[in-house]
Design a binder for this molecule. Structure first.
Ligand code: XMP
Length: 312
């Protein structure tokens, strides 16, 4: 197989965006992850101030994500706005437990919000960080990735959007190489993947502000404790089931958190990380201490396949 050359790829994509957008304006939705950041920085090279980056704060991102992303983009001189939309997202997801219904509801509210922003900002194009793995999994019907529209018979025109996806032929490793080549900080180019529907995929059952608060805290603990192992992806999941515990000598039918850490190249297959026992113990102790409703912490031993990386 021919070796991927990030510099050539960047040159090609810059020429393509230039040709397609011409003197028009574009909006790029940011998630704080490698893919959307790389797509945005690439597009900014061509469009400069004709690009507006938008971080939709849906309340489902990691702690301080909105603030951190806005600060980083502004420091690079990229026009960026944060749109507060927590209320709309929680309202849309209320009462939904089925995984695919949750993903589709997220996708609908996400694109409705984006389409409104595109209109308001009078942008001609929407730039997205969709990558090859997103498209493959949606096409195979494994799960509905939030950013894949046309493969499932939903045309972007339904949302009144003209979409450009510069990274759609790449897998994660190549995206990271493009990110490095664009001079993005290591903290970003090597960042763990995080799904577009955010913590809504890390809560089994109904998504509520209270349950998101629990998973946000657990996610932070796992990321902090496992970071030095540099896994492909490591995270916490709040299960729908409950278990009996004893807290301050009283019975509590409390929450269960599962921890998952995997190694992978392309997210298509994944092996479980052999996390040292000491680190797992520390995670368990911190979760139990810092999140009072949790009475049980589990470590997931299943590779992909037969499991997928995320739980829904
Ligand atoms: P699965 O769970 O299918 O995940 O093994 C494969 C990779 O894709 C990420 N993922 C998503 N990324 N939107 C995204 O942008 C999504 O809807 C989505 N769902 C899963 C997941 O975190 C893993 O890296």
């Amino acid at each position: 197989m021919k070796k991927f050359k990030a510099k050539n790829f960047i040159k090609e994509k810059i020429a393509e965006i230039k040709k397609e957008v011409g003197s028009g304006k574009a909006l790029c939705a940011l998630s704080g992850g490698v893919d959307s950041t790389t797509a945005a920085v690439l597009a900014h090279k061509v469009l400069g101030n004709r690009l507006l980056c938008l971080f939709i704060d849906d309340g489902l991102m990691r702690e301080n994500e909105a603030r951190d992303v806005a600060v980083m983009f502004k420091a690079r001189g990229i026009r960026t706005k944060v749109l507060a939309a927590q209320k709309e997202f929680f309202e849309a997801l209320k009462g939904i437990e089925d995984p695919e219904e949750k993903r589709k509801t997220f996708r609908n509210i996400f694109y409705q919000t984006l389409a409104k922003a595109v209109k308001k900002e009078r942008a001609d194009y929407l730039i997205q960080g969709t990558i090859a793995a997103d498209i493959l999994e949606t096409k195979k019907g494994i799960k509905t990735q939030h950013n894949v529209l046309e493969q499932i018979g939903l045309s972007p025109e339904k949302y009144g959007l003209k979409i450009i996806e510069p990274l759609r032929t790449l897998y994660k490793n190549d995206v990271r190489e493009v990110a490095r080549s664009l001079g993005l900080p290591k903290k970003l180019s090597e960042r763990m993947p995080f799904p577009g529907p955010g913590l809504a995929t890390r809560v089994i059952g109904e998504v509520t502000p209270e349950r998101i608060k629990i998973i946000k805290r657990a996610t932070k603990i796992v990321e902090e404790e496992i970071k030095k192992l540099k896994p492909f992806q490591a995270f916490a999941v709040l299960l729908k089931d409950r278990a009996t515990g004893i807290v301050q000598e009283k019975r509590l039918f409390g929450d269960i958190i599962a921890i998952r850490s995997v190694e992978s190249k392309d997210a298509i297959k994944a092996k479980v990380t052999k996390v040292p026992w000491k680190i797992l113990e520390k995670i368990e102790k911190r979760i139990i201490k810092e999140i009072p409703s949790v009475v049980k912490v589990l470590y997931d031993l299943t590779p992909k396949p037969p499991s997928t990386i995320e739980y829904i």
